[in-house]
Design a binder for this molecule. Structure first.
Ligand SMILES: C[S@@+](CC[C@H](N)C(=O)[O-])C[C@H]1O[C@@H](n2cnc3c(N)ncnc32)[C@H](O)[C@@H]1O
Length: 252
């Protein structure tokens, strides 16, 4: 009604008020009203844009990740917070390895020797739960770099790096760690997100951190439910980061 009235004035002026829809949303999305655009300020301090950050956002990182500078900044600062937390680095959904490279670079700068576990099919989505994940995802989608290339990106003489190929949850059996300090979970789909989150929560040291990449993105609606269910079962809470797809959990 309001739009029609507004358009009576706007259209003769060459303008039009239109309803904005997210590009990809699973259908049905019961709490659609909670997926909206920015609401506060449009001018904010955004340190990740400054050239001071360029030393972190190297070609090995930026050339091998889907993450924006904003998301990489969250990841980087979260790894820093775990400086004195015992345990390994873990990533579910390593893709081409750029975000993992940053995790290793930050640990090295902090003088922390970490073991790193980096998991992916290295062939994109190979198993989809059509009912939960939605009709908008398909087999082979999100196919990034092959494992050999990722091993090169992540080669690090100061870290003990394990690049594990195959489907999560199956490959979690190869991750022989009992303590995790920092984890990044970015597999988009329900089953691997649920399994990786539970695996990490079972092993996350006190003070440890998990960054979830796609918590607020409507296309990963089922992954958010998997994360919420795991947090409930483990008595943990997270923060959905405003104006980002990410969420962050600090182990209590
Ligand atoms: C959004 S991409 C990861 C992006 C990456 N973190 C980066 O920095 O660009 C999601 C990844 O999840 C992987 N993936 C999806 N389902 C998986 C599963 N069941 N097991 C292992 N990897 C999976 C895909 O192969 C894809 O590389």
């Amino acid at each position: 009604m309001f739009r029609q009235l507004a358009n009576r004035i706007l259209v003769p002026l060459g303008l039009e008020l239109v309803r904005r829809h997210p590009q990809v949303i699973p259908d049905p999305l019961p709490d659609d009203a909670l997926y909206t655009g920015p609401e506060d300020y449009n001018r904010l301090f955004r340190p990740w844009r400054g050239s001071a950050m360029d030393r972190w956002f190297t070609p090995s990182v930026m050339g091998n990740t889907m993450l924006s500078r904003q998301k990489l900044y969250t990841l980087m600062q979260s790894v820093r917070l775990t400086r004195s937390v015992p345990g390994d680095l873990f990533e579910a959904g390593t893709g081409s390895g750029g975000a993992a490279r940053l995790m290793l670079d930050v640990s090295r700068e902090l003088g922390v020797r970490r073991r790193g576990w980096f998991l992916d099919t290295f062939a994109g989505y190979q198993k989809i739960d059509a009912e939960r994940d939605g009709a908008h995802v398909s087999i082979n989608q999100c196919k990034l770099a092959p494992r050999d290339q990722v091993i090169e990106v992540l080669s690090d003489p100061l870290a003990d790096v394990h690049v594990v190929a195959g489907l999560i949850p199956g490959t979690l059996a190869e991750v022989t760690t009992d303590r995790i300090a920092f984890a990044h979970i970015d597999v988009n789909l329900h089953e691997p997100t649920a399994a990786a989150t539970r695996f990490c929560l079972e092993r996350l040291s006190p003070g440890g951190v998990i960054v979830f990449d796609d918590y607020n993105w409507p296309a990963c609606y089922a992954a958010r439910h998997a994360i919420d269910a795991a947090c409930r079962d483990f008595g943990q809470e997270l923060i959905s980061l405003p104006e980002s797809t990410q969420a962050i959990l600090f182990r209590q």
